[in-house]
Design a protein around this ligand. Structure first.
Ligand SMILES: Cc1cc2nc3c(=O)[nH]c(=O)nc-3n(C[C@H](O)[C@H](O)[C@H](O)COP(=O)(O)OP(=O)(O)OC[C@H]3O[C@@H](n4cnc5c(N)ncnc54)[C@H](O)[C@@H]3O)c2cc1C
Length: 256
């Protein structure tokens, strides 16, 4: 007997806020016409109607399930099929959002480890922001024992992280469970920058070691640019992290 494929269900998201951090990086907030459950770290499939068909791509959700909007952090790929359509969005415009929010790149609460090292490249910070926002909100709601999170986010220049830079710095100043290390790989183009320099993978050992997070007590995560992920995975493998405690979310594939 032939199995019928379930029809993809979409709901609508209305753009309620947009902030451009640079020419090719922006945060978008949508009011979704239906409550869609998800676990922080998961992604939404967002689509646009083009010639009667829906062109869609996955986007990690920045917002927490406790927030009344869906936020994503997007990098423009000028020759891409979808991101130029994001850039054309104005307030009040709508997108299609698949009702099933999915993904396995979520906080590991099964290994028993309570230390988490989360490395990302620019938009690759998205799942970590969702995880951190959620932990903060749930702590305020009276949940105890937050997990320890070290978030290391690389960008070419500091302004590419936009308002997330301030949000994550503030969170780190307020919460003992959160450590934030933004790092800039082109400090010569960002002369005011006084923070860490180098790529995310250049500093993951340094900060993990400083906090005592190692293969005996931590889970490690890498998200965003595939090259960073490969480099970080190799570093963590040499530091004896077992494969099952190295999590990854690649945003795209590098074409040969
Ligand atoms: C699970 C998951 C979560 C994702 N979350 C995010 C997110 O939070 N924010 C975000 O901006 N993107 C995210 N992406 C990537 C996103 O789904 C799209 O691939 C990206 O936005 C490009 O879409 P496009 O249609 O404009 O380009 P496409 O037409 O799909 O791609 C054109 C070409 O550009 C390459 N490409 C795609 N993205 C990039 C990039 N960033 N830099 C360089 N080359 C690229 C593709 O490999 C392809 O060869 C995620 C991908 C996955 C798999």
């Amino acid at each position: 007997m032939q199995r019928r494929r379930a029809r993809t269900q979409y709901c609508k998201g209305e753009l309620i806020e947009r902030e451009d951090f640079s020419e090719d990086l922006a945060a978008f907030k949508f009011r979704v016409d239906k409550q869609l459950p998800f676990i922080p770290g998961q992604y939404a499939t967002i689509g646009f109607e083009v010639d009667g068909k829906i062109v869609q791509r996955p986007y990690s959700i920045v917002s927490s399930p406790h927030e009344p909007f869906m936020e994503v952090f997007v990098e423009l790929v000028p020759e891409g099929a979808t991101t130029p359509l994001f850039w054309a969005l104005e307030l009040g415009d709508t997108v299609f959002i698949r009702e099933r929010l999915v993904g396995k790149f979520v906080l590991d609460t099964e290994s028993g480890m309570t230390n988490h090292v989360m490395a990302g490249t620019v938009t690759g910070a998205a799942p970590y922001i969702s995880i951190a926002r959620t932990q903060k909100i749930e702590q305020e709601q009276g949940k105890t024992s937050p997990h320890q999170i070290l978030s290391i986010v690389g960008a070419s220049r500091s302004w590419e992280l936009g308002y997330y830079m301030e949000e994550l710095n503030e969170l780190a100043a307020q919460e003992e469970w959160f450590t934030f290390v933004p790092t800039v790989s082109r400090p010569w183009e960002d002369p005011e920058w006084a923070g860490e320099s180098g790529r995310a993978e250049d500093v993951i050992r340094k900060y993990g070691d400083q906090l005592g997070y190692d293969h005996t007590n931590a889970v490690v995560y890498a998200c965003g640019h595939p090259q960073m992920i490969e480099n970080a995975k190799a570093i963590w493998a040499r530091a004896r992290f077992p494969e099952e405690r190295i999590k990854e979310e690649k945003f795209f594939v590098i074409k040969e």
